[in-house]
Design a protein around this ligand. Structure first.
Ligand SMILES: NC(=O)c1ccc[n+]([C@@H]2O[C@H](COP(=O)([O-])OP(=O)(O)OC[C@H]3O[C@@H](n4cnc5c(N)ncnc54)[C@H](OP(=O)(O)O)[C@@H]3O)[C@@H](O)[C@H]2O)c1
Length: 167
């Protein structure tokens, strides 16, 4: 199973502030939805709470927490105690790929395991940020594709959809 990360980060690697995102980019949201639909997604407890503690539809949501109540599985929501357990649970779905979708703490822990990074590079800096993505080490990952998305009436900030693969 391919282990992938999906992230949107500013030029300063910022990904969030006060447990929320810092931009509205509908075409990036659509990219995220199309990429992850039908697949297992793994997230930290804080990211889950930032989504109103509601699982993303059409995907198996695997939430990592040492504090949330564990009452087994309900519909498309699974609670696990650590990243290893999350990856094992994703393997059981027989999916060819699992998507690690944040946040900062989970990205940091996952990087040594990751095969592929779907990075939306948001072309701005965000001084209010309190959560960051670890810098991508170009000695470890190659950027294999890049698609520029310009400013338009629905997108106040330009961004680039990048794919990075482990060498
Ligand atoms: N831009 C993006 O692409 C993107 C994507 C996702 C999230 N975000 C942003 O990122 C921020 C949230 O990130 P965050 O770093 O604060 O939190 P997080 O990574 O979402 O969640 C952290 C929590 O996960 C659990 N956890 C992490 N490692 C664990 C381990 N080894 N064992 C057990 N539990 C573990 C802990 O929950 P317990 O405390 O319950 O044990 C920990 O408090 C928000 O601002 C959100 O909007 C941005």
């Amino acid at each position: 199973m391919i282990i992938s990360v999906v992230v949107a980060a500013g030029e300063d690697n910022s990904i969030g502030a006060k447990n929320d995102l810092m931009w509205k980019l509908p075409n990036d949201m659509r990219f995220f939805k199309n990429l992850t639909w039908g697949m297992p997604v793994v997230m930290g407890r804080k990211t889950f709470e930032s989504m109103g503690s509601k699982p993303l539809p059409g995907r198996i949501n695997i939430v990592i927490s040492s504090t949330l109540q564990f009452d087994g599985e309900k519909e498309n929501l699974v609670m696990v105690k650590n990243l290893e357990e999350a990856i094992n649970r994703a393997e059981q779905t027989d999916c060819k790929e699992v998507f690690i979708i944040g946040g900062g703490q989970i990205y940091k822990e996952a990087m040594r395991r990751v095969d592929c990074i779907y990075m939306t590079r948001v072309h701005a800096v965000f001084p209010q940020a309190d959560t960051f993505f670890p810098p991508i080490d170009s000695a470890v990952f190659d950027r294999i594709s890049s698609k520029s998305m310009p400013v338009d009436e629905r997108h106040a900030i330009a961004f680039t959809l990048e794919t990075w693969k482990r060498k």
